[in-house]
Design a protein around this ligand. Structure first.
Ligand SMILES: [Zn+2]
Length: 201
């Protein structure tokens, strides 16, 4: 058994950090040491920010975005074009599209994609909420901004069928999104071009 080199409090910090995406035990140790060395300048403000976000973060009951209020800032923003709802897989995709700045619309976060193998079923995703919103007379376009993966495209197909018969235009992002490309990793220019060149389904 490995010998203990530090107290349980620091060990707990390392273990918690190792659970972060992109972190493993090694990088968690390095980051924890950095925090402790910069206790006042970095660790204090970070701890306060985490505590505050932990207390106030919530999921928007309309669109699924993460914010500190419900409905979220985007859903409450009267300057947005409320006739377009852009559908994304995850909150990270919504934030990426907002960074690209090419859209001024509302959003709908599905919370994943359909997958045949051990994946999510339609009822696991926020699809019925989307159908309800699409049926609202003020909605004119549903823009599917799903990833160019098999799962993303299967989901896009399923949603298009579910919206059949409603008076909305269903469109999807144009080429420019590489196959298997995840929106969150695309640069803003590529995303903006894909949005501008979107086409009807
Ligand atoms: Zn919202």
């Amino acid at each position: 058994m490995a010998r203990q080199v530090t107290g349980p409090e620091i060990e707990r910090l390392i273990q918690a950090m190792a659970k972060l995406p992109g972190f493993g035990p090694r990088s968690a140790r390095r980051a924890a040491l950095y925090l402790i060395k910069n206790r006042d300048k970095v660790m204090g403000p970070l701890a306060a920010a985490i505590a505050e976000a932990h207390e106030k973060a919530s999921v928007c009951s309309i669109c699924g975005n993460v914010d500190t209020r419900d409905p979220c800032t985007i859903c409450l923003d009267e300057r947005r074009d409320r006739s377009i709802i852009c559908v994304v897989e995850e909150v990270g995709d919504l934030w990426a599209l907002e960074r690209a700045g090419a859209l001024n619309c509302l959003y709908h976060v599905l919370g994943g994609t359909l997958s045949a193998i051990g994946g999510l079923r339609p009822e696991d995703l926020n699809i019925s909420g989307l159908v309800t919103r699409a049926a609202d007379p003020q909605t004119r376009e549903i823009l599917l901004a799903l990833n160019a993966t098999v799962e993303g495209q299967t989901t896009a197909h399923y949603i298009t069928e579910r919206l059949d018969g409603l008076h909305v235009q269903v469109s999807r992002l144009a080429h420019g999104v590489p196959v298997g490309g995840e929106l969150d990793y695309l640069d803003e220019g590529t995303l903006a071009a894909a949005i501008k060149a979107r086409r009807p389904v």
